[in-house]
Design a protein around this ligand. Structure first.
Ligand code: NI
Length: 165
């Protein structure tokens, strides 16, 4: 396994539409393993293949107790709404407020090509939407109705410190 370099938002690769994964081979397994290691090292919640420069439809999401691999994922159903803060490993040090569905059900293939369904709420639902948009060349900054200013970020950090006391 190896750490891969995470591209940042000025890179044109992040604006491209990714192609479906068609070969469920060792190369895909290596990509997914590397993405997991890269996501863990970056302390993120999700990572999409284009963020490491690979224009294929593959995503890793950290569920907390384990990581899930989503190959060729498609959203089947959404419901509800959540409104909250979002960030992205490709947009370091910037956060914005984004409305997302509170529940998302999707289907995807695993590294062997077998289809499965998965559903998530709250942070996981938010992450599914965010990561799948990467596969179509979109960043959360396009969806954010407000990007936090430096002052708002400072305020937020202070409040978090207070909460922790
Ligand atoms: Ni992202």
């Amino acid at each position: 396994m190896a750490l891969r370099n995470i591209l940042t938002s000025e890179n044109e690769t992040l604006k491209k539409v990714c192609r479906p994964v068609t070969s469920f081979d060792d190369r895909l397994a290596t990509l997914l393993d590397d993405m997991k290691e890269t996501l863990a090292a970056a302390n993120g919640v999700g990572l999409a293949a284009p963020q490491v420069g690979i224009l294929r439809r593959a995503v890793i999401v950290d569920l907390g107790d384990r990581m899930i691999e989503l190959v060729n994922p498609k959203i089947l159903e959404t419901s509800g709404e959540q409104d909250g803060m979002e960030g992205c490993l490709s947009v370091p040090d910037h956060y914005g407020l984004v409305k997302r569905p509170n529940y998302v059900k999707l289907e995807a293939q695993d590294r062997h090509g077998d289809w499965f369904e998965y559903e998530g709420e709250e942070l996981i639902a938010r992450c599914f939407c965010h990561e799948l948009e990467h596969l179509d060349g979109h960043l959360f900054t396009e969806k954010a109705y407000h990007m936090l200013t430096d002052e708002e970020m400072d305020q937020l950090m202070q409040n978090q410190e207070k909460d922790a006391e």
